[in-house]
Design a protein around this ligand. Structure first.
Ligand code: AKG
Ligand code: FE2
Length: 257
């Protein structure tokens, strides 16, 4: 299977279905994309309580149907991120064989996203490109999973208690792609702490957050900070969460925003 062939060397062993691809795009492509995002006219942005975002590819109705809109050229012509994602094979079995929807999140230092699942309106694969800054992506289990850590505190999401201790954590470098599929998509939650800096543990005996993708890291500045045991300051990060919405309306009557 293509996915196994192309992605197996990027597997996150701590979590089935999760893959980390460093330098998925170049620095020039990153800079170009950030410029395009920042040039978007104000009405493209949606403000949430703690974050801003843009929705590309169309809105999804309450019933989970995509009202399709063209994706921006800077994700499917140059740089052609979507076909690059397609060649990883991770969307091979999805209804459209590639993402048709992107939520672009902006995080300034101190902003994050609470543990959540991406839900059933998408085919169960999400590929997320990070631009501009790093983040630590925590994966969580529900407490009723047999191997959850029973002693830790809990919070509830959709009526099920979440084990608040991450089951594994991945450092997302700028330009990297993280893919969550299979169990990582359907049975785990993910979130990013709302902090201004992150201390990464170099090994089991060092302070800081232990990460499960240490061997894949490629960013020299990040590697230096980890070696020196100093926290890494967050800058503004943009994430492109690329997914395939299963149900697409054929009535594409919406006007272009
Ligand atoms: O910014 C990220 O990397 C995560 C975003 C996310 O989980 C989402 O939009 O569903
Ligand atoms: Fe998410």
């Amino acid at each position: 299977m293509l996915m196994e062939a192309n992605l197996s060397r990027f597997r996150i062993e701590a979590l089935e279905g999760a893959y980390y691809v460093p330098n998925f795009i170049t620095r020039d492509e990153e800079e170009y994309l950030i410029r395009k995002i920042c040039e978007s006219p104000q009405p493209q942005w949606k403000s949430l309580a703690k974050r801003r975002l843009q929705i590309w590819g169309g809105d999804i109705t309450a019933k989970g149907t995509l009202m399709p809109q063209p994706l921006p050229v800077f994700v499917n012509k140059f740089p052609d991120i979507l076909s690059r994602i397609r060649t990883t094979g991770c969307f091979e079995g999805s209804p459209h064989g590639a993402p048709n929807h992107i939520i672009m999140n902006e995080y300034i230092p101190g902003q994050g996203i609470m543990p959540h699942e991406d839900g059933p309106q998408y085919y169960p694969v999400v590929a997320t490109l990070s631009l501009g800054s790093h983040a630590i992506f925590h994966y969580y289990r529900y407490q009723d999973e047999p191997d959850a850590v029973a002693s830790s505190a809990s919070s509830t999401g959709q009526g099920r208690a979440i084990d608040t201790r991450p089951m594994t954590s991945v450092l997302l470098e700028p330009r990297s792609l993280i893919i969550s599929s299979g169990i990582a998509y359907t049975s785990r939650l993910h979130g990013i702490d709302a902090v201004e800096e992150d201390l990464i543990a170099l090994d089991n005996s060092s302070p800081g957050t232990a990460i499960s993708n240490m061997k894949y890291l490629q960013d020299p500045e990040i590697e230096r900070s980890i070696q020196q045991g100093v926290p890494i300051k967050r800058g503004t990060r943009y994430s492109l969460t690329c997914r395939d919405v299963e149900r697409v309306s054929s009535l594409s009557t919406h006007s272009r925003r």
